[in-house]
Ligand binder design. Structure first.
Ligand SMILES: Cc1ncc(C[n+]2csc(CCOP(=O)(O)OP(=O)(O)O)c2C)c(N)n1
Length: 356
């Protein structure tokens, strides 16, 4: 199969996988594969729904599932996640309910943000997942600030800060890594290098050979990892999070990935990607690579894939139906949670909490 499909095989023997994933490695692979199938199904359905005008916007994470699942499985409940554009799956793996996320995508009355944020920009307080800021890179310095606050308060946990290759050119990347290097706060920088910042290829973005090299300028360690290899991504995240929890300085992991879809539903990569890009990306498909390894090593019995695909399709369909049956947020909610209650100082009358 690997030769005819041209898929780059995962380069491990079963005992190497067991050594890299730790005890229960086979269970971890199956759980990861299930999540990846769900993510793939969700991305396909949502991109189609956007084209039908049923959701306003969608940014797929197709090709980035291995890193997201590994981060979701390895992060602890007390950790905080500051996402880039494509880490919604981390929130789901951490326990945020799929129906709630789909309500968010529709911006309906059961969206926790009541439709005020763009679709695909969820916030999930239940799983410590901060709303993505559309302003590229700003989450990096915010994540460092929160990590510093957690350390000052002696709070348990660490912060995972995700960002794309394009964000490594932003002011906040440099400010954030600089502060992290000086303060040595518990933050793990996860650069998801999918080799494109919309239409800008990574070699036009940065002159360094590897984006992980940028860490050295701030006194931090940086490593490049094959982000389409679930085993490598899991092992790298597990090692880095373990070191951070033991009090080691922050690190940067660069996950080399292939963006397998347009940047978002507002993009047409046919105008700028080379003709062989899609095929190169397909050969590194993280879901297919894991599936191939599991099949060849007896971990995916006949019919299991089909069962997982139909289960994923059923749960995505149910979540969409629930969202489409839900009303839009009431107009009266438009200014809720925006203005703080006016206290006596603002009112000057001691009357308390009239809202503005
Ligand atoms: C400060 C700023 N400039 C420009 C944009 C428009 N924009 C949105 S996404 C994006 C590219 C992001 O690329 P990258 O950081 O590599 O992440 P990816 O989308 O590839 O995951 C740009 C330029 C923005 N949102 N914010």
């Amino acid at each position: 199969m690997s030769e005819s499909s041209g898929l780059v095989p995962l380069p491990y023997s079963p005992s190497e996988v067991e050594a890299l994933l730790g005890e229960g490695g086979a269970r971890t692979l199956l759980s990861a594969y299930r999540w990846m199938v769900l993510a793939r199904t969700l991305d396909a359905r949502m991109q189609a729904l956007q084209r039908q005008g049923r959701v306003g916007f969608y940014g797929a994470a197709t090709g980035q599932e291995a890193v997201n699942v590994a981060a979701g499985l390895l992060s602890a409940p007390e950790d905080w996640v500051f996402p880039g554009l494509r880490e919604q799956l981390v929130a789901l793996v951490r326990g945020h309910p799929l129906p709630t996320y789909v309500h968010h995508l529709f911006g309906d009355a059961l969206d926790p943000a009541l439709g005020r944020n763009m679709p695909c920009h969820p916030s999930a307080r239940d799983v410590h997942y901060v709303s993505m800021s559309s302003v590229i890179g700003t989450q990096i310095s915010q994540a460092v600030g929160v990590a510093q606050a957690m350390r000052l308060r002696r709070a348990a946990g660490v912060v995972l800060a995700f960002f794309g290759d394009g964000a490594t050119s932003s002011n906040d990347f440099h400010a954030g890594l600089n502060f992290a290097g000086v303060l040595k706060v518990p933050v793990l920088f996860c650069c998801t290098n999918n080799q494109w910042a919309i239409s800008v290829p990574v070699e036009h973005q940065s002159a360094v050979r590897q984006l992980s090299d940028k860490a050295r300028a701030y006194g931090l360690l940086g490593h490049r990892v094959d982000g389409t290899d679930f085993v490598a991504s899991y092992a790298a995240l597990s090692g880095a999070l373990g070191r951070l929890r033991d009090g080691a300085p922050p690190e940067l992991l660069e996950f080399l990935l292939y963006r397998m879809t347009p940047h978002s539903s507002s993009d047409d990569p046919g105008r700028y990607q080379p003709p062989d890009w899609a095929e190169r990306a397909r050969r590194h498909d993280p879901v297919a690579r894991l599936e191939l390894w599991m099949s060849e090593n007896g971990l995916l019995a006949a019919g299991v894939r089909e069962e997982l695909v139909s289960a994923a399709e059923a749960s995505v369909r149910a979540a969409i139906e629930a969202a489409e049956a839900t009303a839009l947020p009431a107009e009266s909610t438009l200014t809720e949670d925006i203005y703080a209650p006016r206290g006596p100082k603002l009112m000057g009358s001691g009357r308390g909490t009239e809202t503005g």
